[in-house]
Design a protein around this ligand. Structure first.
Ligand code: ATP
Length: 217
């Protein structure tokens, strides 16, 4: 089971704590505000009130014992940067820090963050892509060029098999699953016939998926 040190329990940090609780992860939560700590007690394994910009306090938490250390401090960027750098200096295995601007992302990566989470950028991109076509109902970016999309079945594909359409050869796209309501058929074969009520989960290069979206109109 993964062990996590979570620092900063604003809305972002609290969402992380709740989800990690659902995923049965072991979380030690820290915030300098007593009320914030009290609000996550039901969801975390341990919690403490403390100032994470105090390096000796951080050392006392035994940062090397955690698989991941998450710095979820938002508004106080200087504090976030200090905590990130101290965690790395103290030997943390993996430091994941939150950014709210491109420059913050750069500084955090240069000063000890192994990974940066930039919620506004991720959700901004996701919202724009979802709104770019009526056919897209969900989207996950994988690196710069690849993505998984959840799409309506293009009209001219309804009633045809995946093999007949030539999804892979003609469009350079892989169908990884078909969604029927809440049920899912994963890796459907070439003989699978597509129905109007279904949705496609496809993996491909963003440019190829854009071509497919043109025929979906
Ligand atoms: P969010 O945007 O996630 O709702 P917020 O606006 O409530 O956050 P932020 O300033 O982003 O507050 O900070 C997130 C949390 O980090 C707060 O609960 C704050 O008390 C905590 N925090 C800030 N600095 C430190 C620190 N040095 N040590 C521990 N906790 C800190």
């Amino acid at each position: 089971m993964k062990t996590i040190l979570l620092i900063g329990l604003g809305r972002f940090g609290r969402h992380i704590a709740r989800k990690m609780n659902e995923l049965d992860m072991q979380v030690m939560a820290v915030d300098k505000d007593e009320d914030k700590v009290a609000s996550v007690v039901p969801y975390v394994t341990n919690s403490e009130v403390g100032d994470a910009t105090d390096k000796e306090y951080l050392r006392s938490l035994g940062v090397t014992n955690f698989d991941d250390c998450i710095v979820a401090i938002g508004d106080d960027f200087l504090a976030s940067l200090e905590v990130t750098a101290y965690l790395k200096e103290l030997g943390a295995k993996k430091v994941i820090s939150r950014a709210a601007r491109d420059t913050q992302e750069k500084f955090l990566l240069r000063n000890g963050a192994d990974e940066v989470v930039y919620p506004e950028k991720i959700i901004g991109n996701w919202t724009a892509i979802r709104c770019s076509s009526e056919s897209i109902s969900d989207y996950i970016q994988l690196g710069d060029d690849f993505a998984i999309y959840e799409l309506e079945i293009p009209k001219e594909w309804i009633g045809k098999t995946i093999g007949e359409i030539g999804v892979r050869h003609k469009y350079n796209i892989n169908v990884i699953a078909i969604k029927h309501g809440t049920a899912m058929t994963s890796t459907p074969g070439a003989d699978y016939t597509l129905a109007e009520s279904e949705k496609l989960l496809v993996l491909g290069h963003s440019a190829d998926i854009n071509k497919l979206l043109k025929i979906s109109k």
